[in-house]
Design a protein around this ligand. Structure first.
Ligand code: HPA
Ligand code: ZN
Length: 326
C-alpha cells in the first residue's frame, strides 16, 4: 500500500474542526437562497476567489459573514450532515466538533435551534455511518467574558450534549487570562477545557492557556516553539496539540508546507495531531492536510500512524472506551 492509500484508509480521528468552517460554497449559496439572505457573491467561483486571506482576521470576517446564512434547525443539520458524510468518506471514525454559539445568538438565533440541528445530524451519523462525534462549545475571545458567562448560563441545560469548552476567534489582544473565570466555572461543571493559543499570538499565550486556564489540550500552539522551556513543560505534562497544517499556510502563520514544523514537533516528543480547522476555507479536509504533508515533507507511514494514534489518545473519548480505538 503506498503512502497516499495508507493516509486514506487508516481509521482517523479529527480533534480541531469548526462546524461553521465546513460551510462549502455550494451550501452557502443554497442556504442564502432558501433564507433570502443576500450575498456579495453570485457564483461558486466568485466565492472561491474571495477566499484570499492575509491573516486570521481577514479569514474571520469572511467566516462570520458566511455563517449569517445559517438560520434554522434544518440549516444547522444540513451543515453538520454534509461534514459528517465527508468525514465518513475519509475514514474518520471519531470527531470533536467546535461550534460557536455566540456567532449565531448575537444575531438572534436561539441556542436551542443551533444545538438541536447539529446534534440531530451527529445522532444520524452515529446510527447510519458509524461515526462517533462529540461537541465542544467554543467562546469568541473578541467578546467580553460576560458574554461567555451569559452564553454558558443558557448552554448549561444542554451540557449533556457537549464534552468541553474552547476559545477561538481573534487571538492578538485577547489573551487567555481574559477568560480565567468562565474556564474555572466550566471545569466545576465537569467540562474538558481547550483553547486556541499560539496560532497568531505569542508563546506566552500558550503558557497562559496552560497555567491560567488549566487546559486539557492546546489548539494550534505552534508558537510554543519560540520558547524551549515551554516545549519541555508541554512534553512533560503530556499535553497534545491540534495542529492544522493547511490553515497555517493559508493564514500565513507558516510560509509554506515545506517549512511546516509538524514533523520536527513530533520528533521533539510533542504529542501533535493533524486537523483541518475550517476545511471549506483552507483548501481541504483532513485527508487533504495529510496529502499536502506527504507532497511537501518527508512524511512516512510511521509518521501517519503516530499522528493518528496521538489523535485517538488525545481525544475526549471515555477512557474506558479508548482501548477499542487504539
Ligand atoms: N482560529 C481562530 N478562530 C477560529 C478559527 C481559527 O482558525 N476558525 C474559526 N474560528
Ligand atoms: Zn481553529
Amino acid at each position: 500500500m503506498d503512502l497516499l492509500e495508507y493516509i486514506e484508509k487508516i481509521p482517523k480521528a479529527e480533534l480541531h474542526l469548526h462546524i461553521e468552517g465546513t460551510l462549502q460554497p455550494e451550501l452557502l449559496l443554497k442556504l442564502a437562497k432558501r433564507n433570502n439572505v443576500s450575498l456579495p457573491y453570485s457564483s461558486i467561483q466568485k466565492i472561491k476567489d474571495a477566499y484570499q486571506f492575509q491573516n486570521l482576521q481577514d479569514f474571520l470576517d469572511i467566516y462570520y459573514a458566511g455563517a449569517n446564512v445559517l438560520r434554522t434547525e434544518q440549516d444547522f443539520f444540513d451543515l453538520t450532515w454534509d461534514y459528517l458524510e465527508d468525514a465518513h468518506r475519509q475514514h474518520i471514525i471519531h470527531v470533536e466538533i467546535f461550534f460557536d454559539p455566540q456567532t449565531h445568538t448575537e444575531r438572534g438565533i436561539p441556542f436551542s435551534v443551533i444545538i438541536s440541528g447539529i446534534h440531530k445530524a451527529m445522532e444520524r451519523a452515529k446510527k447510519n455511518l458509524g461515526i462517533n462525534s462529540q461537541l465542544i462549545l467554543s467562546f469568541l475571545r473578541h467578546l467580553p467574558e460576560e458574554s461567555a458567562f451569559k452564553t454558558w448560563e443558557e448552554a448549561k441545560q444542554y451540557k449533556h450534549l457537549f464534552v468541553g469548552i474552547g476559545l477561538d476567534s481573534s487571538e492578538l489582544g485577547n489573551p487567555p487570562k481574559k477568560f480565567k473565570n468562565i474556564f474555572a466555572e466550566a471545569k466545576k461543571d465537569g467540562m474538558k477545557l481547550v483553547a486556541h493559543a499560539g496560532e497568531e499570538g505569542p508563546a506566552s499565550y500558550v503558557r497562559e492557556a496552560i497555567d491560567v486556564l488549566n487546559i486539557d489540550r492546546i489548539d494550534h500552539g505552534n508558537k510554543c516553539l519560540d520558547d524551549e522551556n515551554l516545549v519541555t513543560e508541554i512534553i512533560k505534562k503530556g499535553l497534545a496539540l491540534t495542529i492544522c497544517p493547511l490553515s497555517n499556510i493559508v493564514l500565513k502563520n507558516t510560509p509554506c508546507m515545506e517549512e511546516h514544523p509538524i514533523l520536527k514537533m513530533l520528533e521533539k516528543g510533542l504529542k501533535v495531531t493533524v486537523n483541518s480547522d475550517d476545511p471549506a476555507y483552507f483548501g481541504g479536509n483532513l485527508v487533504k492536510n495529510f496529502e499536502a504533508m506527504a507532497t511537501n515533507l518527508p512524511l512516512t507511514k510511521n509518521h501517519v500512524y503516530q499522528l493518528t494514534k496521538n489523535a485517538f489518545e488525545a481525544s475526549f473519548i471515555d477512557e474506558s472506551l479508548k482501548e477499542q480505538y487504539l
